[in-house]
Structure formats: C-alpha cells, structure tokens
Design a protein around this ligand. Structure first.
Ligand code: FAD
Length: 140
C-alpha cells in the first residue's frame, strides 16, 4: 500500500467554538490510531494547517471526512504526494498551538510575520511543520 502525505489549510467557521479543538484532536487521534494515519495539526485560533500521512486510501478517506466537517471552511489542499517514509510517525495527531507559531518562523516560511498558511506553498508548509517537529509535545 502506497504511503502518501496530504497537507491542507482551512479557516474556522461560524459554528466553531473554542473547546472544539479538544474534541477535534480527540476524534482525530482515536480514528487515526485505528487507520494508521499520522500527522501534525497547527492552529492559531483562526487557521488550521494539517499534515496527514498514511496509506493512500486512509489518507483520502480521512480527508473526505475532514472536508465535510462544518467546523471549518475554505479548505485548500496545499500538497499531496507519495512518500517513502513518514515524518510524523510519533503522533496519531501531534498538535502545535498558536504559541509555537512565532513571528520568526512565519517570516521564514511565508511572506508574512503572522501565521498565514494560505500564502505558503505546499513545500513551505511542509518544511515549516518539519521544523516544528522537535517542539511537539510527546503525547500521541
Ligand atoms: P460523525 O462523528 O459521524 O459526525 C457527522 C458529521 O458531523 C461530520 O460531518 C462531522 O464532521 C460533524 N461533526 C462531528 N462533531 C461535530 C461537532 N462537535 N460540531 C459540529 N459538527 C460535528 N478526523 C480524523 O479522523 N482524523 C483527523 O486527523 C482529523 N483532523 C481534523 C482536523 C480539523 C481541522 C477538523 C475540523 C476536523 C478533523 N477531524 C479529523 C474530524 C473529522 O472532520 C470528522 O469529524 C471525524 O473524522 C468523524 O467523521 P464522521 O464522518 O465519522 O463524523
């Protein structure tokens, strides 16, 4: 089964409430564990940037569910490719909160000092998430 990586960005919708992030992470971790999907979710209370890794079928099924989720909108796929190895295999879904998305990091990977994933290329978004790897809390 091919390994693939998908990176997308999205914006919270009107129905999103602040404690939804805990529910999203709990569901993501439970489902991803079952489906051997791994990845990282960055969130600055407005935009999501997520990387999903796993078999082509499971990554696509997961992305289809995510696309139908009313808690976010303007969902744009930034990158989709076959990969040789996973890079976020420690986490069924690692989480990077706003405090980690610093001005120097944003400037390094986009034309903006704010977290602006819509203005990043797929490769910049991927590289940014890789650079955050060492600071992801170890839970799942
Ligand atoms: P069900 O649980 O049967 O729900 C039915 C519908 O209601 C779905 O459209 C669901 O999205 C929606 N829904 C569920 N809970 C709520 C709620 N509290 N408020 C409003 N609508 C709701 N899922 C994963 O499996 N893996 C991931 O990595 C993952 N990452 C996500 C990242 C983001 C940014 C978001 C917003 C969601 C993510 N999810 C992830 C959750 C995913 O969108 C689905 O909700 C989840 O997979 C369950 O899908 P389901 O079809 O079984 O929905």
């Amino acid at each position: 089964m091919y390994l693939t990586r998908l990176v997308y960005t999205s914006t919270i919708s009107e129905v999103f409430s602040s404690n939804d992030i805990d529910n999203i992470l709990a569901t993501a971790r439970e489902n991803n564990e079952k489906n051997n999907v791994t990845g990282l979710l960055c969130f600055n209370r407005k935009y999501f940037l997520q990387c999903l890794e796993g078999s082509r079928r499971k990554v696509n099924e997961t992305y289809h569910r995510i696309l139908n989720d009313p808690r976010h909108s303007n969902i744009i796929m930034l990158d989709y490719c076959e990969i040789i190895t996973r890079e976020f295999n420690q986490w069924s879904m690692g989480y990077m909160p706003e405090s980690s998305l610093t001005r120097p990091l944003n400037l390094k990977y986009s034309g903006n000092s704010d977290f602006s994933p819509y203005e990043m290329s797929g490769e910049s978004a991927h590289q940014m998430m890789l650079s955050l790897k060492d600071s992801v809390p170890t839970i799942k």
